[in-house]
Write a protein that binds this ligand. Structure first.
Ligand SMILES: NC(=O)c1ccc[n+]([C@@H]2O[C@H](COP(=O)([O-])OP(=O)(O)OC[C@H]3O[C@@H](n4cnc5c(N)ncnc54)[C@H](O)[C@@H]3O)[C@@H](O)[C@H]2O)c1
Length: 263
């Protein structure tokens, strides 16, 4: 990774989320943790959630050390009851929710031959990457008012096909279309919904996956800019979709992929 892409080293906050309340899932690492740091720096009160409590604690400690307003909750996004508790907690702590970042996700097994994939594994990936985003939106909408924003983190795998990643690709394509449908439904309430489509990002997900080195080589080799993104570069895209800078965008796709889908 090019260290110069780590914007938190010299990040200049502009108060773009001053007074806003955000819930960010999958904030224990990678893109979600970077978004949490940038949101807090921009003045938002953030409730960060993840299934990994120790990682959440590290991110929350960093944010508090920088005088940010943060709380954390252990949360499985596939569980509707847990979502209700998360949203109620955000409202109890901060009074309302203005921004939901549906970021948590998993790759599932990308390498098994198609005919050997199990229905249970397919459904597990869908239950987190797609149903989890649906439940999150459904749970938070009653507490949102006009001017609120929802960002669903999809992938370039939701734009183009992805060899080997069938459940992942299906879930990310679903996330993209779920976002468009929700955008139409929620426009009358003044709630914007957009999807973010990262290319290859240097995160625990891509570094720890099976076949990580070969996948990284393939992904970067197909990326015109010739490198992976830092999580912070994607977090800046999430910030754009969350802030009033994108006030006329809803039902849209923000692709941040170093040119991967330009072919
Ligand atoms: N890294 C990439 O190259 C890349 C590319 C395209 C899209 N994405 C998407 O970006 C999002 C963030 O990915 P990342 O690369 O930062 O991954 P990551 O693995 O580094 O972070 C994802 C976080 O989600 C959490 N999580 C997993 N299952 C969960 C569940 N059921 N409930 C709550 N939290 C759960 C994990 O504990 C982890 O901390 C994902 O939706 C991913 O699909 C990533």
């Amino acid at each position: 990774m090019n260290e110069n892409n780590n914007v938190m080293n010299d990040y200049k906050a502009a108060g773009k989320l001053k007074g806003k309340v955000a819930v960010i899932t999958g904030a224990g690492g990678g893109i979600g943790a970077a978004a949490a740091r940038i949101f807090a720096a921009e003045g938002a009160s953030v409730l960060i959630t993840d299934i990994q409590e120790s990682k959440l604690r590290e991110v929350a400690a960093d944010i508090k050390a920088a005088d940010g307003n943060v709380s954390l909750m252990v949360h499985d996004i596939a569980d509707e009851t847990q979502w209700r508790i998360v949203v109620k907690t955000a409202v109890n702590l901060f009074g309302r929710v203005d921004i939901l970042v549906n970021n948590a996700g998993i790759t599932g097994n990308l390498l098994a031959p198609f005919e050997e994939r199990s229905v249970s594994e397919f459904n597990r990936v869908l239950s987190i990457n797609l149903t989890g985003q649906f439940i999150g939106m459904k749970s938070v909408i009653p507490y949102m008012s006009s001017g609120s924003a929802i960002i669903n983190v999809s992938s370039i795998a939701g734009i183009t096909g992805n060899a080997g990643g069938n459940a992942y690709t299906a879930s990310k394509g679903g996330s993209r279309m779920l976002s468009k449908g929700a955008a139409i439904d929620l426009a009358a309430k003044g709630i914007r919904v957009n999807s973010l489509h990262p290319g290859y990002v240097e995160t625990p997900m891509t570094h720890n996956m099976e076949g990580a080195d070969a996948f990284r080589k393939m992904a970067i080799g197909s990326t015109p800019l010739g490198r992976g993104a830092s999580p912070e570069e994607l977090a800046k895209g999430i910030l754009f979709l969350a802030s009033d800078d994108s006030s006329f965008m809803t039902g849209a796709e923000l692709i941040m992929d170093g040119g991967f889908t330009a072919f």
